[in-house]
Every structure is written in structure tokens, then in C-alpha cells.
Design a protein around this ligand. Structure first.
Ligand SMILES: Nc1ncnc2c1ncn2[C@@H]1O[C@H](COP(=O)(O)OP(=O)(O)O)[C@@H](O)[C@H]1O
Ligand SMILES: [Mg+2]
Length: 236
């Protein structure tokens, strides 16, 4: 079953059109990557889905067109967005950040057991549970940002460049932790990443964007096998 489908999505900032026909689909429980160079329109694609930029085309979530909905309406439908640059609340503790993620929920007992579940998967966060988010390392902050999104109990998580500013080994650890969260929770993910090698630790398939347009998509194995992908996104 398809959970999210983008059909020829367009978007502009003022007079400048930056998306010019983005099409992709995410199956229920699947993880799909959006690869592409800096400026290709990856972040804007996620913004079009979460309602923070005006879009054209069709954006179907669970069969209904959500294009034009407000960000809070999109969130309430079960789409959580982990933006570029993470956006944790530095002055709040790890625990408080996770609770903020659950602000729309009323199932208090389940919230606590979801926090326990998350801390088992992300043991680094458990150690820092009472620390302020601002005191965490970059990798820990990224895990916290993902954890906060998870606490909303989304059906789909939008993840934007989780590797940004992290050392390579930390970025791998973060991606492997997110892959584990995906296996354990079954939440579908749409994952924006410039570094294809990292994305392939998490996603089953991916779409390549070039200047605002989907130019290619395939399974991770197919894309890894293509010379032009290797040259452009895999460092050789
Ligand atoms: N707020 C904005 N106002 C105007 N132009 C923007 C804005 N955000 C992004 N852009 C432009 O839109 C294009 C796509 O940007 P973006 O979606 O951020 O790409 P990516 O995430 O792939 O690096 C780029 O040319 C960028 O300069
Ligand atoms: Mg971006």
C-alpha cells in the first residue's frame, strides 16, 4: 500500500520556481531517500509535504490530497518533520524535549512507555536524560530530534540531512540508530541526504533530484550499481 505519493509537485519562493516536477512514492512502512546536490530542492520537497511552502501538483497521503493544508493539519494527520539543523529546544532537558514531541497526545501511560522504548534504542540519550539539549553532542542532538518526532506517533517521518555537521563515524551511528528505530516501529520514512552512502544504510529505494526535478529512481541496489550515481553521490 502506498502511504505518500507526490505527483509532479512544483514550488516557488516568490517568483523563483525551485521545484519543477517532483514525483515519488513511499510505501506503508517503507523508507525512501531523496538524493541530490546542494540546492537541488530536497528541503523544499519536504516543506511542500509538511505545508510550510506553497506547492502545486498532487501530494497524496493515505489516498487524500493534503496539498494546501496548514503545517499543524499535516502534523495531525501523522506526518512528523525533522528539519535541517535539528531544532531541539536547547534550554529543555532530553525528557522535556521528548514530552514536547507528544504534545498532541492524551495517552499518558503510552507516552511514558514510548519514551522507555526510545531510550532502549538510543542508549546515549538515556545517559543524558536530565541534561539540557544544548549540552548534548551533535549526534545526540540529532537522535533527540528524531526521538521528539517519533513521540508524535507519526505514520511518516520526514528527515532532512541528519548527517549535517557530524563527523563521518557519528553520522553512521546516527543513521544506524534511525534504521533500528524504523525496524522496531514500522514508521515510514522519507529521508533527504546528500551523502548517498549514508542514506543507503537506512532506505530501500531513492529518488535523485536535479534542479527541482526527479530524474531517476530505483532501489538502493540499483542506484549503487549505476556509474553516474557512483560518480556524483558516492565519491567515486
Ligand atoms: N527561503 C528561500 N527563499 C528563496 N530561495 C530559497 C529559499 N530556500 C531555498 N531557496 C532556493 O531554492 C533552491 C532549492 O533549495 P533547497 O530545497 O534548500 O535545496 P537542498 O535542500 O536540495 O539543498 C535553491 O536554489 C535555494 O537557493
Ligand atoms: Mg536542504
Amino acid at each position: 500500500m502506498t502511504l505518500l505519493e507526490l505527483e509532479s509537485v512544483t514550488a516557488s519562493y516568490g517568483p523563483v520556481q525551485v521545484l519543477d516536477g517532483v514525483s515519488l512514492s513511499v510505501p506503508e512502512g517503507g523508507a525512501v531517500g531523496i538524493l541530490g546536490a546542494n540546492g537541488a530542492g530536497k528541503t523544499t520537497t519536504l516543506r511542500a509535504i509538511s505545508g510550510t511552502v506553497r506547492a502545486g501538483g498532487r501530494i497524496l497521503f493515505d489516498g487524500s490530497d493534503i496539498r494546501g493544508k496548514r503545517p499543524d493539519q499535516v502534523a495531525a494527520l501523522g506526518i512528523a518533520h525533522v528539519p535541517e539543523g535539528r531544532g531541539t529546544f536547547g534550554a529543555l532537558t532530553v525528557r522535556e524535549n521528548l514530552r514536547v514531541g507528544a504534545y498532541l497526545r492524551r495517552d499518558r501511560k503510552q507516552i511514558e512507555s514510548d519514551i522507555d522504548f526510545l531510550l532502549e534504542l538510543f542508549p546515549n540519550l538515556e545517559e543524558r536524560f536530565k541534561s539540557n539539549a544544548s549540552a548534548l553532542s551533535g549526534g545526540e542532538q540529532q537522535m533527540l530530534a528524531v526521538g521528539r518526532a517519533f513521540m508524535a506517533k507519526p505514520r511518516l517521518l520526514l528527515l532532512d540531512e541528519a548527517s549535517l555537521g557530524l563527523a563521518p563515524s557519528t553520522a553512521k551511528t546516527v543513521y544506524d540508530a534511525i534504521a533500528e528505530l524504523r525496524r522496531e516501529s514500522g514508521i515510514a520514512m522519507l529521508v533527504v541526504e546528500q551523502n548517498a552512502n549514508l542514506a543507503f544504510r537506512l532506505v530501500d529505494s531513492a529518488t535523485v533530484l536535479e534542479t527541482g526535478r526527479s530524474v531517476l529512481s530505483g532501489t538502493s541496489a540499483e542506484l549503487r550499481g549505476m556509474d553516474e550515481i557512483r560518480r556524483a553521490y558516492l565519491g567515486g
